[in-house]
Structure formats: C-alpha cells, structure tokens
Design a protein around this ligand. Sequence first.
Ligand code: BES
Ligand code: MN
Ligand code: ZN
Length: 502
Amino acid sequence: MEFGVKSGSPEKQRTACIVVGVFEPRRLSPVAEQLDEISEGYISNLIRRGDLEGKAGQMLLLHHIPNVLSERVLLVGCGKERELHERQYKQIVTKTIKTLNETGSMEAVNFLTELHVKGRDTYWKVRQAVEAANESVYTFLQLKSKKGEPRRPLRKIIFNVPTRKELPSGEHAIEHALAISRGVKACRDVANMPPNICNPQYLNDQAAALVEEFDSLSLETVGEDKMEALGMHSYLAVGRGSDNESVMSVITHTGADTSQAPIVLVGKGLTFDSGGISIKPSEAMDEMKYDMGGAAGVLGVMHAVATMNLPINIIGILAGCENMPDGKAYRPGDIITTMSGQTVEVLNTDAEGRMVLCDVLTYVERYEPDTVIDVATLTGACVIALGKHASAVFTQHNPLAHEILNASEQSSDKAWRLPLWDEYQEQIDSPFADMANIGGRPAGSITAACFLSRFTKKYNWAHLDIAGTAWISGKNKGATGRPVPMLTQYLMNKADMGGETS
Ligand code: BES
Ligand code: MN
Ligand code: ZN
C-alpha cells in the first residue's frame, strides 16, 4: 500500500473516499463540521435521523454528498471525544482500513489523524495508522489453492495533518512505519509457514534471501558440525531427535565503524516444539510451529533496521532447531555440558528453549557486545501471567529495562517487566549438575529467565518472553509480528532517530 501526507481542507479533496470522525453522541468532529457546512447540513441531517450514533468503530459510507468533490465520505464513529485513547484510535483506524478495503475505494484521504489522541502527536498518529493499515490488510494465502483477494483493494491512503508545519513529521512517520511494517510482515510470513516447510534450514534460507537485498547485511551459517566443534552440546541435544538439522543463522548489519560494539539479538527458533520425550498434550500442538516466533521477530527486526540503514552495528541470530521424540532424542535425566562448561540436568525435554539459547548466549561473547537481548516463546507460564497483551521483560540491568520499556511505550507494542531476583535462583538447583533445566511450577517464566541469566555474565542482557504475544490462537490464528515494533524502536532510539524530532 502507498501512503502520503498533506494538509488541506476536506471539501477540496478529489479522491475516492474521505474519512472523517463523528463522536458519541452524534457530535461532528471539526472536519465533519466543515463538510456539513459546505453540504448545507447533509451530514447533520442524517445524524439527527439516527443513522450514526458515533460509537467507536461504527461506520457509515455516504455517496455523492452535495458540493463535495470526492465520490464517497466515510463517517467513522470515534466514541466519546474525551475517551479517545491510543487503543481506541488504533481500533478505529484498523476498522476503517478494513471497511475501505472492502467497499471499493482504492484511494482515501484520512482526516482521523487530526483527532486529538491523549498524549500522542501527529508523528505517532500517522505512524500507528500506517502500521495498522499494513497489518490489517495482511493475508497469508501462499498455501491456499484459491486465493480470494478483494476485487478493488485499497491502494493508497493520504493522511491529512492540521498544519503544513506538521508535514515533515508526518513524512518521517510514514518512512519509519513502512520499515517497521516490512519487518512485521517478514516476521509474520515466516512464522505462519507450516513446520513441514519452515524448518531450521528454511529459516536460514530466509536469512540468506534477506541479506541478498541489503548491502549492510551479511550472513554466517553455523551448522551441526561447527556447533559440535564449538562445544554447543546443549543446543545440539535438543535437535538430536529431529531429522531436520539444527542451523544457527547469524545476520550482521554493519551500520557503523566495526570498532563499535554491536547490539546482539538472539531469537529462539524452534520450528516445531513437540516437547520431545516429555511430549506435549495433542491439543493445539499445531501452534508449536510458532515456537520460532523469536527468530521470526529477529529476522523482521533485521529487515526493518536494514531498510532504515540504522547507523549502528547489530547482529541478529536465528537459533533454528526442532524438538522431536526419537530413539536419538535427549531424555529426562541426561546431564549435558553446555558450551560455557556449566552442566545441566535435563528434567523435562520440553524446557528446550533455554537449552538452545544458553549456548547461543555463550557463543555471542565473541562479539564483545554492548548489549544482548534474547527473544523467545519461552514459557507457557508467561501466558498465564500476562496473557496475550504484553511481552515479559527480564533483566538485572535497570537502564536497559527502561530503554526497552520506553521503546515499548513509544511503539505501542506492550511489554511489562517481571523480576529476576536472586531469590528465585535456588529453584533450579540440581543435586547432580550445576543446575536443572526446570524450576517447578511457581514463577515458571522467572526461573526460565534465571536459567538464561547464568550464561550472560559477560555483557548487559535482557530476555523477552513473547509466548503470549507472538501469535493469536483460535479462529483468527496467526502470527502478530510482535515484538518487531518494540525492538526496532529500541534500536532506532539507540541510533538516535527515535521519533518526530529526527
Ligand atoms: N515453547 C514452549 C512454551 C510455550 C507453551 C509457549 C505454550 C507458548 C505457548 C516451551 O518450550 C515449553 O514447552 N515450556 C514449558 C516449560 C516447562 C516444561 C517448565 C512450559 O511452559 O510448559
Ligand atoms: Mn517446549
Ligand atoms: Zn518451546
């Protein structure tokens, strides 16, 4: 989809559709008011007759309004004016795009960007609208034999901003949102791919295709032989029950002098997690194809940062692996020596994400990173704690926690910090090894983070548990593209190009 910004009056627009807001109860927004005047009360008449109350998400499509040049006007219910917060704004924009897409307007001029959203500026409103637009027209139809796309899909949206002075921030917002949307789409596409196609090698192929597109990117592939030589026995143990080889893809974005320490992102890339010998119950097991959501997110972020060519060095690692039961599979009771030299007693082969990540977290020491953030669909317990709305953030480094939470707030990609206190560490004590790979039911996400923390002593580190946010279940099942917006924002901030001031 194409986007643009302009600053003009509604009646002068000559387009397929103009989009204006109506508040509850039956109150016209200033722009709707302007249209009403020029059309000699056409809109207020309709509204008086009860055609639109103005409840959030209500839509009324009008044709050929007197004295208005555009073919259509879409009136959008925005709820009570004082209650127009960011969540409502995003919901309204999403619904608007869906309506436009289904009602034959191929182009629209959107005046919703002029509404007042508490605490948010034009940059934010345009950026969120562009991201929401791209997100809401997303489909994954590659594997359907009949594709069924809309006949006249929406192709272009122009956002109207109140003053010419705001045009540059609107343009920046579009540019940033497009980069993020590309990343989100890359993430969703690879995450939605079924596990008979998307295996660790496929992840690496996607990484290879991405680095082809951008000069700043390069790829190093670490297969099982190399892992063996490096002593990554814990990572290898998880993949041993699978016929699909483990593959670790290291994508490097060089945006600054190579003497600058990189920021490293590590994504859990379990292309399928059956649980292994500690096999999972069969209900919704298909969703464990999404256990590579962390890797998909990292791939998406690399796409976005390369698109923006951020002037910092970033390394994104996809830790590809498949967890299957088999005669060669690792078992409960096994004691494994990790790449760090620390030993782990496996009590549950379904706690495999940490077994893979711990070796990658040791591997990345070689980059002498400034910061390392791992991203993983790590624990069901995280879904119990935070549901599907927020990703969990764990770190012992307070400044890093704040940077991540700020980015989350700026990008409206919700995250919430959970504690990583030493008190929890003893839950993963083992009588036979340096640690066990599970810590019992209480605080399951925290003990998983505690496990990882033992492999991250050489740098500043944070862990994101995206088990609840990476995909949605049920009828509208699908990858969300999270946490690509938050992490991209974090990196944009690191590169000093955070928002409308850039
Ligand atoms: N990939 C799962 C976590 C998961 C489960 C994410 C459901 C999203 C939805 C992870 O590998 C896992 O199986 N974790 C176990 C850990 C347990 C054995 C300590 C879990 O959460 O049940
Ligand atoms: Mn598991
Ligand atoms: Zn898993």
